[in-house]
Ligand binder design. Sequence first.
Ligand SMILES: Cc1ncc(COP(=O)(O)O)c(C=O)c1O
Length: 432
Amino acid sequence: MATPEERQNKSAQLYARALELMPGGVNSPVRAFRGVGGTPLFIKSASGPTIADVDGQTYIDYVGSWGPMILGHADAEIVDTLAAVAASGTSFGAPNELEVELAEEIVDAVPSIEMVRMVNSGTEATMSGIRLARGITGRDKLVKFEGCYHGHADSLLVKAGSGVATLGLPDSPGVPASLAQHTLTVNFNNAPALEDLFKQHPDIAAVIIEPVAGNMGVVAPEPGFLNFVREITSRNGALLIFDEVMTGFRLARGGAQELYGITPDITCLGKIIGGGLPVGAYGGSRKLMRNIAPTGPIYQAGTLSGNPLAMTAGLLTLRRLRDKSIYERLERSSARLCEGLSRAASEAGIQTVTNRVGSMWTSFFTGEPVTNWTSANKSDRQLYGRFFHAMLGEGVYLAPSQFEAAFVSVAHTDLIIDETIAAARKAFRLIS
Ligand SMILES: Cc1ncc(COP(=O)(O)O)c(C=O)c1O
């Protein structure tokens, strides 16, 4: 059998070249495997529930490009249509029919959105969403929750999750203190602390929240918490921004706001709405959104926004997600997976807590319930790293960090799920 070194020969060579050319050899920090050690795999292709690396190894994939690939990789309809659309031109920098169709699809699906603006990433969506909130309220202060990640805009890189948490970085140098001081933070699920913040700061423009946190690993809102956040923002004239970049079209067609029955003022989207191409969007009521240029004074623009290829992949994905039975299937297969993983861990005598909402999940290596960043951060990251590599050895590709969500797609059949559970049984035994 090939050793891990032999298996990663070409990846290792590419990584050595990449290290000379790109910071950490990557274009996004968590990809560098710093959270788990070792050499990142360079991926050559992907199909359905699997990805294949440049050394010819195939893995069952639970990263799903960090969330967008809810239909699985290289979906035939999307790939074929993209080829046809590309033949008609890849970018116009002018209005096109596809962006109208995607906007209609989003407005139809997401309860709080009457009007939407497309951008190119989740970061742009949240950055623009908070500008809108600040512009409308005339206030500067922003509340975010510790361990939530909303992209890498200056105001949002304060006590952030995802790669910032993985690398154990304090707030990023380069963010002016004069700007960061406007970002207040509070622990997720802590209603009294949020209430205190509002008492101390009557001038809060907005509260931004991942309604189900995915970037400290998956953490669900406790019953009533999102209702409280909605109520206290309304009471204080602050706007509520749901960052549904991850949860949008993932937890339900209408996202977390449909699942929990909460109406935010502004919703940020990304990932799934681009079907694997670079897209973000933010939206809300017509009244709010008309404040954006050119109808209003709040400026935001984009050379490639509404790009026809990105609109096509998004549109086809969202049309397929009109079929509500998809979410029932995802719920069943994800429950089967997470129950199997928990059982496999306890059979091997390893303490884990697996948090799951719909098809988003994380297994934390801890014995305590994980309800916020403080408890997520107690997870044994070294043990996660060993589990990650043991799973890789068994042909399963998980996120190379404890503080991420894993994603089940439509392409993860029961057979694939059972293979994953069998792999986990071996992996847990190996590390116990
Ligand atoms: C909840 C959330 N918001 C925003 C972002 C930023 O999106 P992007 O990486 O597309 O800029 C992410 C990315 O993972 C995210 O998970």
